[in-house]
Design a protein around this ligand. Structure first.
Ligand code: C2O
Ligand code: CU
Ligand code: CU
Length: 525
């Protein structure tokens, strides 16, 4: 009897080993060219620059959030959401030192918020889940811009609803200028040789409606076998344009690229593999330009690049290539077994550029772009560890609780945050209210293009990424900032936490938020 059991157990082990080995040896999926046949038939839409009114020296912008219909395909309207229009929003623009106020009116039938991603401002102005705007209400955040020149953006941050609201169209750019950007001599004619590119993947049904699917399988057991990749689409929109092309001057052109997707990463590069120059990351200019042929951006990340079209006759296509993380055999196997939906072995055509004779001579690329005042990691007051757990939906063992404060930071302190990814998926880690610097990836110094200010950083499986940051200006023991995964479906499922910045770390912080006073129902996840 005992012997029989031993044989059976042994047999099971052998069969399991053979199955695992076979799975591991299976050839990798070929790269899938998802939209090879896309026709670049529509002129790229450029989000309009908002014109503020000035009152008492304050720049006031109006944003009305409302539903509308957008014809991505002429004659086939799609229900969408937008700011001051049917989809996306105007580009807000301000100069460092400006006092700004944004009057946001919510004309949706549901609560929303507007978060100023990357902006350094007080938590009460941040537009996170605690600054909910009820249907019909107006919210008027105001602050003095102290960020340096950068490409920031804005989008809803509604508790458990961020993914869907962004997906349906709510996002826009917020550009900051400063003395430095004014003197660099970079291409700066908005929409002419300084081009915003908001890249988003979407899924449409046969009738042209947007399909939103958070990738969460309600029937699977929670945890181990549930690794939702987030909302992935097969159709690329740039600035809300399907199949876009753009006439560009045959000269040096600047692109401000935002990955405004919910979950998809893009490894951008040109079809002819030409080199381009990265000049800025999320929070501002790099110290020096970095020549590259590929640019990997996760949701929430931005980069500015310069591309030289001076010698061009024909069109040039911006592509996104397959993404592969370097992981161990064990993780690769687990990815195959437990996260089959995370296939990033896909390539896309993004947008076609058609160079036209330039009217002005091409500018030169400055050798020095910035003088970043680096934070000294040795001066850090403390180190915090944030573990993105194996289940891929919690941070340090906790799911988001809007009534709980997870971390208390002392104003003025330099801190080291180590973000450790124990899951089998990548996660873009984002921190509100601050720009940080990447100091290490698994103990190694970051590559040159990752040495500028960032607010969102890719953390791959098996990686620990070290960040240094300083919460310099705004203390508030009653309202938190967020840190979270910027895969919006992960955020909505609870991969988010809250921290307060305070002057007195000894006092117990007490949340004072309407969201906590009237607890919202969780959406069943
Ligand atoms: Cu772009 Cu907390 O988000
Ligand atoms: Cu943010
Ligand atoms: Cu995530």
């Amino acid at each position: 009897m005992v012997r029989a059991i031993k044989y059976i157990a042994g047999g099971i082990v052998v069969i399991a080993a053979v199955v695992l080995a076979a799975l591991y040896l299976l050839p990798a999926e070929p790269v899938r060219f998802v939209n090879e046949g896309v026709a670049f038939a529509n002129p790229l839409r450029i989000p309009p620059l908002a014109t503020p009114r000035i009152e008492n020296g304050e720049k006031i912008f109006d944003l009305a959030v409302a539903a509308g219909a957008t014809e991505f395909v002429v004659g086939r309207p799609t229900q969408t959401l937008g700011f001051n229009g049917s989809v996306l929003g105007p580009t807000l623009r301000a100069t460092k030192g400006d006092r700004v106020r944004i009057d946001v009116v919510n004309r949706l039938g549901e609560t929303t918020t507007v978060h100023w991603h990357g902006m350094h401002l007080p938590p009460v102005m941040d537009g996170g889940p605690h600054q909910a705007i009820a249907p019909g209400a107006t919210w008027q955040p105001h602050w003095t811009v102290i960020n340096e020149a950068a490409t920031l953006w804005y989008h809803p941050h509604t508790l458990h609803k961020t993914g869907e609201q962004v997906y349906r169209g709510l996002a826009g750019l917020f550009l900051i200028d400063d003395e430095n950007s004014a003197t660099l001599g970079l291409p700066a004619a908005y929409g002419v040789d300084d081009i915003p590119l908001i890249v988003q993947d979407r899924r449409f049904d046969a009738a042209g409606a947007l399909v939103y699917d958070d990738g969460h399988d309600e029937t699977s057991a929670p945890g181990l076998f549930d690794n939702p990749p987030g909302m992935l689409g097969d159709t690329i929109l740039v600035n809300g344009t399907l199949g876009p092309y753009l006439d560009v001057p045959a000269s040096l052109v600047r692109f401000r690229i935002l990955n405004g997707s919910n979950a998809r990463r893009y490894d951008f590069g040109f079809a002819d593999d030409r080199a381009f120059v990265q000049i800025a990351s999320d929070g501002g200019f790099l110290d020096h330009p970095v020549e590259r042929t590929r640019l990997l951006l996760a949701p929430g990340e931005r980069a500015e690049i310069l591309v030289d079209f001076a010698k061009e006759a024909g069109p040039v296509v911006l592509m996104s290539y397959a993404v592969t993380d370097k992981v161990s055999a064990v993780t690769a196997l687990l990815q195959r077994l437990l996260a089959p939906g995370n296939d990033e072995n896909q390539q896309f055509r993004i947008v076609e550029f058609r160079p036209r004779p330039a009217t002005a001579p091409s500018g030169r690329i400055p050798e020095t772009l910035n003088a970043i005042a680096r934070l000294d990691p040795d001066k850090a007051a403390r180190t915090r560890l944030f573990t993105l757990e194996f289940t891929g939906r919690t941070i340090n063992g906790k799911a988001m609780d809007h009534a709980r404060i997870d971390e208390v930071v002392r104003r003025g302190d330099i801190e080291l945050w180590d973000i450790r990814n124990d899951s089998i998926q990548y996660h873009p880690f984002h921190v509100h209210g601050v720009q940080f610097a990447v100091v290490s990836r698994n103990g190694q110094p970051p590559p040159p293009y990752e040495r500028g200010w960032k607010d969102t950083v890719i953390v791959s499986p098996e990686e620990t990424v070290g960040l240094v940051m300083r919460f310099a200006d705004y203390a508030d023991p009653t309202l938190p900032y967020m840190f979270h995964c910027h895969i919006l479906e992960h955020e909505d499922m609870g991969m988010m936490g809250q921290f307060v910045v305070v002057d007195d770390v000894g006092a117990t912080p007490r949340l004072d938020s309407p969201l906590v006073a009237a607890p919202v129902k969780h959406s069943g996840h």
